[in-house]
Design a protein around this ligand. Structure first.
Ligand SMILES: C[S@@+](CC[C@H](N)C(=O)[O-])C[C@H]1O[C@@H](n2cnc3c(N)ncnc32)[C@H](O)[C@@H]1O
Length: 361
């Protein structure tokens, strides 16, 4: 076989896998392979590495050569996640873990600080200084928790002569139905709905002043009473209209007592509830509560317990109280009980036990 004959031998047959460079440097260089010949060579080389086969199978509009170039430039490890997505995921994971680390560090710092504090049980004076910023402070978290609707659902049950204790800055004001009207109760029976009179009470004069101001803007013609006094000592004003045949000659009672987020702030919540029971109309009167306190879950209660002294010292609120225990200890009768937000938000409809009347308090 002479040199010319050699040149005519197809490359594929003689060099099935890879051409030998040493040999080719000594032997005369074979003619430049035509595209038809180079194609199987290229395929055989790619068959050696498994991941490239994956890309090779994708249809390419540029044909085999384009496919090869595409495989060279975009070949990725077998997971198929684009590098940008991987970078994004990595950055997100890093951010989240950094933030969690920061939260954990702040939590442990706060816990150790909280344990060294000597906080009195009565922290209710804190509201005198936080009254001006109270609404702004709680607005966002209340929105996030949907508390506006829970307040509305509770307060629109108020009827007759109404007392709201621990009224704060009057966050329940928009939900009162002022003025009596005939309507149907939840069971479809004819009844009188709406408020005949409203009395607002808070221990903090600064807080009750804000309620007063808001009320006058919202309901300029409806008369209401505002008092800075202890919910545990409040008495029905002697001039409120009597609401039922049963009370015509006896003591005057409130038909509805409302309290939202108040049990956390008072030094003796059980005694206060008992007193409220004693000023509520014994038969049809109701005490409506929306409170926050302990959760269903131990892990969350541990966090509440650990941070409670610092929170109480700053905000005037013991957020780790067991509202259920307080209600049961008060001796009031539970008409309805509901909980939300991992059990930390509590709603109660209570009524005085038949033996709990003003005369016995
Ligand atoms: C967390 S704030 C709640 C305010 C309002 N009820 C609300 O839902 O936004 C607690 C309020 O209870 C009041 N408070 C604390 N102890 C009280 C007491 N013994 N009698 C009346 N109000 C009291 C505080 O002054 C404060 O305004």
């Amino acid at each position: 076989m002479n040199v010319n004959q050699l040149r005519r031998v197809p490359l594929v047959a003689k060099w099935p896998v890879t051409p030998c460079r040493n040999a080719s440097s000594k032997a005369p260089r074979p003619p430049k392979p035509s595209p038809k010949i180079s194609k199987p060579v290229a395929i055989k080389r790619r068959q050696v590495t498994a991941p490239r086969q994956h890309y090779q199978e994708r249809p390419s509009p540029q044909g085999t050569q384009g496919e090869t170039a595409n495989a060279e430039t975009t070949a990725k490890p077998g997971h198929g996640i684009p590098p940008r997505a991987l970078t994004f995921l990595g950055m997100t994971a890093l951010t989240i873990s950094t933030y969690c680390g920061y939260l954990y560090a702040s939590y442990t710092r706060e816990v150790s600080k909280a344990q060294t504090l000597d906080v009195p049980r009565d922290v209710s004076d804190r509201y005198n200084t936080t009254a001006a910023t109270f609404d702004a402070d709680v607005e966002l978290s209340e929105k996030a928790m949907g508390l506006g609707k829970k307040r509305r659902d509770l307060v629109r049950q108020a009827r007759g002569n109404v007392l709201e204790v621990s009224c704060g800055t009057g966050r329940n004001l928009p939900f009162y139905e002022l003025g009596e009207r005939r309507g149907l109760d939840a069971d479809g029976h004819a009844t009188v709905l709406g408020c005949r009179s409203v009395t607002f009470v808070d221990l903090s004069p600064q807080m009750v002043a804000i309620t007063n101001e808001k009320f006058e803007k919202l309901y300029p013609t409806f008369p209401a009473t505002f008092r800075a006094c202890d919910a545990g000592k409040v008495e029905p004003p002697s001039d409120i209209a009597r609401s039922g045949a049963k009370t015509k000659e006896g003591p005057v009672y409130f038909d509805t007592v409302v309290q939202t987020m108040g049990l956390c702030s008072m030094p003796d919540p059980v005694a206060t509830l008992r007193h409220l029971g004693s000023v509520t109309e014994p038969g049809s009167g109701r005490i409506l509560l929306l409170e926050h306190g302990r959760s269903y879950y131990d892990w969350l209660n541990r966090i509440l317990d650990n941070l409670a002294p610092a929170h109480a010292d700053r905000h005037g609120c013991w957020w780790n109280r067991d509202i259920g225990d307080i209600v049961r200890e008060s001796g009031l009768e539970i008409v309805e009980e509901k909980r939300w937000h991992l059990g930390t938000t509590w709603r109660y409809v209570l009524k005085p036990k038949q033996s709990t009347g003003k005369s016995q308090s």
